[in-house]
Design a protein around this ligand. Structure first.
Ligand SMILES: Nc1ncnc2c1ncn2[C@@H]1O[C@H](COP(=O)(O)OP(=O)(O)O)[C@@H](O)[C@H]1O
Ligand SMILES: [Mg+2]
Length: 403
């Protein structure tokens, strides 16, 4: 996937002597030290990342960690102190004000926490606004606004005013307004943070639904780790203006970079974080009509397993063979792999979360993980699932006193 947004050593200092602050930063001084000595606030500190097209990139951190400043540097609502921001390869810090405005009208839209709708304009007029300043004709922008309102389920509310809508609906208008100009990039700053928990969960689900349809590149700011885990393809963990870790949710949870990240991961539902694909073992299956009982036995030894999945010519799982069943087949003089097949076995799509599998773990059978075409992609053992649910604890053996 092409890189849509790139930040290179991006920093923002608030205060009247940013030069001195940056020098101290170069010398390794902390945000606190710089504030004490210069009175300047280092809000964003030498941040770099690449965001791929179509990705939901979460920026997560405590309040004051620099998230809003960072996202506003991406469209120059805040002027970065130094560094580079590339949008589709274009360095937007090197272009003039006119071009920045054009980029905001065409390539990047922002959704704010407090909706920022015009109270005296109808829902439709709010959504049309971006198209209007772009110079679109009334009929054209009216049609586009209605299309976008349909996308967020508000087509019947087009002629109402924002005050008559609930918070969740107002934020859907905010989202529709941002989408109406069909930008490649959506910048969302705590867009759901002002909503009640249940509405917020609905909005998160809707955003994921919407993203499947419109495939935008989304930079989403949040201070809610659950939200970051749920929405993010990747999460950038921010602390004191720095990004301390970037990675997919599973990686952040299973390999937190420092104590700051560990603190967030402590009480999350790990079963909801890990997808089957992320923890399955890619053990090659046996193939019907190709592999024999002999090769089955050999492969089991190689993989140190006493059971393997068997697939047909299309790669679809047809059953499991156990070492015991092979021995019995050989004894009975049945040379074919098909004779040793156990055909009742659990399967799961690779996108399922492991919390969806608990009931399948009961009988101890290996679970076949299927890709989107229904072909075998790997295997999950009930025990793998259980170990993934408990956070890594230090090996008790290392604490025991030596005899
Ligand atoms: N306009 C400003 N002037 C001075 N300091 C600011 C300004 N905006 C933000 N800050 C400071 O920059 C830091 C990062 O703020 P912000 O980006 O709003 O964090 P977040 O969005 O993560 O809560 C904070 O220490 C904040 O006090
Ligand atoms: Mg903020």
């Amino acid at each position: 996937m092409p890189v849509k947004v790139r930040a290179e050593r991006l920093s923002k200092v608030f205060g009247d002597s940013p030069g001195a602050a940056l020098e101290m930063l170069d010398g390794g001084a902390s945000k606190d030290e710089i504030l004490r000595e210069t009175g300047n606030v280092v809000a964003v500190s030498e941040v770099r990342f690449d965001i791929e097209e179509g990705e939901i990139f979460m920026v997560m951190g405590l309040s004051g960690s620099g998230k809003s400043t960072l996202v506003r540097c991406l469209n120059r609502l805040i002027e970065p102190t130094c560094g580079d921001v590339l949008i589709d390869g274009e360095n937007i810090l090197a272009v003039d004000e006119g071009r920045v405005r054009e980029l905001r009208r065409t390539k990047m839209s922002m959704v704010f926490q407090h909706f920022a709708l015009f109270p005296h304009k109808s829902v439709r007029e709010n959504v049309e606004f971006g198209l209007k300043i772009r110079g679109a004709a009334p009929a054209e922008r009216g049609a586009a606004a209605l299309d976008t309102l349909r996308l967020v389920g508000l087509e019947d509310w087009a002629e109402h005013y924002p005050a008559s809508l609930s918070g969740g609906m107002q934020q859907r208008v905010g989202l529709a307004r941002a989408l109406a100009t069909d930008p490649g990039i959506l910048l969302m700053d705590e867009a759901f943070s002002a909503l009640d928990p249940l509405i917020r969960r609905d909005m998160q689900d809707e955003l994921l639904d919407l993203q499947r349809k419109v495939r935008k590149t989304i930079v989403f700011i949040t201070h809610d780790f659950h939200e970051a885990l749920k929405l993010g393809d990747r999460i950038a963990m921010m602390r004191d203006g720095k990004i301390v870790q970037v990675g997919p949710p599973e990686e952040i949870v299973s390999r937190p970079a420092d104590d700051y990240v560990v603190d967030f991961t402590r009480d999350i539902d790990r079963g909801r974080v890990f997808s089957c694909a992320s923890i399955m073992r890619k053990i090659p299956p046996l193939q019907l009509g190709k592999d024999t009982l002999d090769t089955a036995t050999r492969r089991m030894r190689q993989e140190s397993r006493d059971a393997l999945h068997v697939v047909d010519g299309e790669g679809r799982p047809r059953g499991i063979v156990h070492a015991g069943a092979i021995a019995r087949s050989v004894q009975a003089g049945e040379p074919d792999l098909a004779d040793a097949l156990l055909d009742g076995f659990p399967t799961t799509p690779e996108t399922a979360r492991i919390a969806d599998l608990y009931t399948m773990c009961g009988d101890g059978l290996p679970i076949a993980v299927l890709d989107s075409r229904g072909a075998y992609a790997g295997v999950l053992m009930p025990l793998d699932i259980l170990t993934k649910l408990t956070p890594d604890v230090p090996d008790p053996g290392t604490r025991r006193a030596m005899p």
